[in-house]
Ligand binder design. Structure first.
Ligand code: GRF
Length: 224
């Protein structure tokens, strides 16, 4: 099966891209997505709807949350998606070793090919990124490289920029530094508050994340 063979160590994105554009995938074996979330799950909802409507030629194989009461778990439940809470361990900003292994094992068991971070509030490093090399994608609420880190929309307001937006990028060892795949601009209005600006950035996110994952699923984005 495609998913399990893609999880074999040593299978590169070049391999995966060839497979995506081959008949094997168009013959009905869909790309499988793993989604990691800590928050309310609005991006998960947008992605799930796009998979259901066929905008994205993929299926969500597993939703993982590090918070037991994350809204994303309710979204997953409502959409009938496989989902799990896995305790993050003893650190506040990253997974401890045991938790990291549990996340990797769950995603492998679910046979996912691509991992989408949607507001997952733990930094993923070393072992996880090696296990899914070049297969972890994130959404960030600013036009990177401007305003990496937390509450990027507030940073944008504080700096007085007139345009901000959102970015889809690969995840590497840095904070919001991986290769940029797509961006969408959002105008900052004179009377914007942090919450009104963030609401418009989220609207942009809900269009940009599905359209970018759809391009990945069609093999239109290179991973070299
Ligand atoms: C999004 O704004 C995303 O850019 C950031 O976390 C937020 C998650 O929101 N990384 P939601 O849980 O998808 O509503």
């Amino acid at each position: 099966m495609m998913a399990s063979c893609l999880n074999e160590p040593g299978k590169t994105w070049a391999f995966w891209r060839r497979l995506v554009s081959s008949a094997e995938v168009t013959d009905g074996k869909k790309l499988r997505l793993g989604v990691l979330a800590s928050g309310k799950g609005s991006n998960l909802r947008a992605l799930a709807e796009a998979c259901a409507s066929g905008e994205i030629a993929a299926e969500i194989g597993l939703v993982l949350c590090d918070l037991e009461d994350a809204g994303a778990l309710d979204v997953a439940r409502g959409a009938g998606l496989p989902h799990r809470f896995i305790a993050p361990g003893r650190f506040r900003t990253k997974l401890d070793d045991e938790a990291e292994s549990a996340y990797i094992a769950a995603l492998r068991e679910a046979g996912v090919d691509l991992i989408l971070l949607t507001g997952f509030m733990r930094i993923l490093k070393g072992e996880f990124l090696r296990a899914f090399e070049n297969r972890v994608v994130n959404i960030h609420p600013s036009l990177l490289p401007s305003f990496p880190g937390l509450e990027a929309w507030k940073q944008a307001l504080d700096h007085g920029v007139k345009v901000t937006g959102c970015t889809i990028h690969f995840v590497d060892q840095g904070i919001d530094t991986g290769r940029i795949l797509a961006q969408r601009a959002v105008e900052v209005l004179d009377d914007d508050t942090a919450s009104s600006l963030y609401a418009r950035i989220q609207e942009a996110e809900h269009a940009l994340y599905p359209s970018t994952v759809a391009r990945i699923a069609r093999g239109e984005i290179s991973f070299g």
